[in-house]
Ligand binder design. Sequence first.
Ligand code: 8YV
Length: 312
Amino acid sequence: MKHRLLQQTRLIPQADTALRERYDVHPLWEEADADAFLARHGGEFAGLVTTSRLGASDALMGKLPNLRVISNFGVGLDAMDVAAARRRGIAVGYTPEVLNDCVADTAFALLMDVSRGVSAADRYVRRGEWLRAPYPLTHRVSGKRLGIFGLGRIGRVIARRAQGFDMEIRYHNRRPAADLPYAYENSLIDLARWADYLVIASTGGAETRHIVSAEVLDALGPQGFLINISRGGNIDEAALVRALQEKRIAGAGLDVFEQEPRVPEAFFALDNVVLLPHVASATHETRADMAQLVLDNLEAFFRTGAVKVSAL
Ligand code: 8YV
């Protein structure tokens, strides 16, 4: 008999098909009234497939009284009540490591774009403005100072990329990482003051909410660029809009926002910000690897009682 799984949203087509072949999957997104459906059928599900965007709340787990395993598509756990899962004895699998390269690449794409004006210059060419005047000068990336907030799995790959650009690297974390050659700054504000580029690569959630404040932006200063590939909530977005409008920082490259998919319209009028729709891990290759890990975590759990890569 196939295990019955609740799937919160589509992943990628080949993974959705593989899930349906191996399990008795119910697509929750097709239910007009999810609460009513769960009230009637919540007890049927042994597993939940979710994503970092949707996560799983304690309330949702409560509606699934026989839930034993959650398999999360993504590394971020800010929407997942990990403590509730632990308390309820539910295993949680997730997909770290496999997305490090693509997220680090995207951090660099944003960094290069906002410094050299790639997107802005492209718009300039399309508007026919090159016919009237050359594009204004931009900013050199190579050899500059890169400050990384959150030197975890992804932050470390960003640091490796930066070495190829002969950049000087410092970082701030909850604590210094003993195994790395980069200098540690004691606070985010000190790191911002030192850096030409401040890359936010930490986790998200309540602990780091609005940690990139107006003060941090002022420490980064009019020559400094901010890059965010972590979570939108880590930045005080209203303060960032003001800092960009008033040119109190040089520019920003953002893949993530506080209220996705809504992006503050004030950004749209500004050429010193590059805006991406949360796509850092969104390549065919990486999404296939993430989906495989979602399947592997479920397979391992139903075979051995433990997921392959646990978030607990
Ligand atoms: C995805 C992410 O956008 O892994 C994460 O935490 O933010 C991204 O990889 C997300 O998981 C897809 O829902």
